[in-house]
Design a protein around this ligand. Structure first.
Ligand SMILES: [Zn+2]
Length: 268
């Protein structure tokens, strides 16, 4: 359940600024007193806790560009993805959940049905409306991410909206009414013009930037020529596994999809 009126917390606390986590200079997590110190220096959303997950967290209102210059002495930022890379599954869940809830609470303040201010639910991690009884739960947006293989080559694409030096997998949001397999086939067809077969589930990853669940798949080329959707993909091609452009760094499901598939092709 949510506590939105917290005044103390025993365990380690979390603070986020956009895609970054705030740490002490020695890379350790914050105490409740640290949160209070940061609040005095920079604009923040309210602190909240969810005791059953060991979460006490807050979000900073700053953009990442501003935050490192605005933090009090003794604190620093690190990309959350880098921070989480070597953590246990349990800690990944705790921190990813805290990040997702921070995002959700920062933009969910009024009832979407009647417009009254929302309150914390008495027993669940949810917000509720005294006016109409609406209950609002944390939002999760399912997305697919897929690596397509054609013989011993893989399909890598440069996305218009992302880092232009990186070639990655095809990815996209699920549409209402779709199965995940339909979504995989549709996204590949829309973005690259090709048809795939043998769509197989790979693994998943929480991606709380702000609220995605990445569902990873592999697929095999079936037919068609590459024909790119220009507003989404700036370049794409079939790459030999030993001659690929720069791909996503460790810490993402894209990295694992690409590296696992390379290993599979090498061992064929
Ligand atoms: Zn309402």
């Amino acid at each position: 359940m949510l506590d939105l009126n917290i005044e103390a917390f025993e365990g380690s606390c979390l603070a986020f600024a956009n895609r970054d986590i705030i740490l002490r200079e020695d890379n350790s997590l914050l105490s409740y007193d640290d949160l209070m110190t940061i609040r005095e220096h920079t604009e923040c959303y309210d602190v909240f806790s969810e005791p059953e997950y060991g979460i006490c967290a807050m979000g900073l209102k700053h953009s990442v560009a501003d935050v490192s210059t605005d933090l009090p002495d003794g604190f620093k930022t690190m990309t959350l993805r880098l921070y989480l890379d070597d953590k246990s599954e349990e800690e990944k869940l705790r921190v990813s959940r805290a990040k997702a809830l921070t995002e959700w609470l920062s933009k969910t303040r009024y009832c979407c049905r009647c417009g009254k201010p929302l309150k914390a639910h008495k027993s669940l991690t949810a917000l509720c409306c005294d006016g109409c009884g609406e209950q609002i739960f944390p939002r999760i947006e399912p997305c697919i991410i897929v690596l397509v293989r054609r013989g011993n080559k893989i399909l890598l694409a440069r996305h218009v909206q992302r880092n232009q030096n990186i070639y990655a997998c095809i990815a996209g949001f699920m549409e209402a009414g779709e199965t995940v397999e339909q979504c995989v086939r549709r996204e590949i067809k829309e973005e690259t013009g090709i048809t795939v077969k043998n769509v197989r589930y790979f693994d998943s990853q929480s991606w709380p930037y702000p609220s995605q669940l990445m569902l990873g798949f592999t697929a095999e080329y079936e037919s068609g020529e590459l024909s790119l959707q220009e507003d989404e993909i700036s370049d794409a091609g079939w790459y030999d596994i030993d001659d690929c452009p720069a791909t996503p760094p460790p810490g993402s499901i894209a990295y694992r999809l690409i590296e696992t598939t390379k290993d599979k092709i090498r061992n064929m």
